[in-house]
Design a protein around this ligand. Structure first.
Ligand SMILES: [Ca+2]
Length: 100
């Protein structure tokens, strides 16, 4: 029984390792206009508090220096991350992209 509780606890911690309000605040400091978007946690996570999406994985890889991943297309939807951020779409969701 202790092993099961330990396993569940470990999974919970690993899922939430980067689910950190300070990181969200850093993102908003870098891109204050993005506060107006419909996305917050799901910029980096598939679901709030859940696994990282492609943009979140790229952010981790560059240690949350978001400027270093502006010129790549994390979700491979044809728009680089900074375009999506400036147009308030989600750079980590290939089904969210600028129209026109
Ligand atoms: Ca997108």
């Amino acid at each position: 029984m202790k092993k099961i509780i330990y396993l569940i606890f470990t999974c919970f911690l690993s899922l939430n390792l980067y689910s950190n309000p300070a990181l969200m605040n850093k993102f908003y400091n870098d891109y204050p206009d993005y506060k107006e978007s419909q996305y917050s946690c799901t910029v980096c996570h598939k679901v709030p508090g859940g696994p990282l999406n492609s943009y979140g994985k790229d952010a981790v890889r560059k240690r949350f220096r978001f400027n270093l991943i502006e010129d790549i297309d994390s979700d491979e939807d044809g728009f680089i991350n900074i375009e999506e951020i400036e147009l308030l779409t989600n750079p980590g969701d290939k089904f969210s992209f600028p129209e026109n």
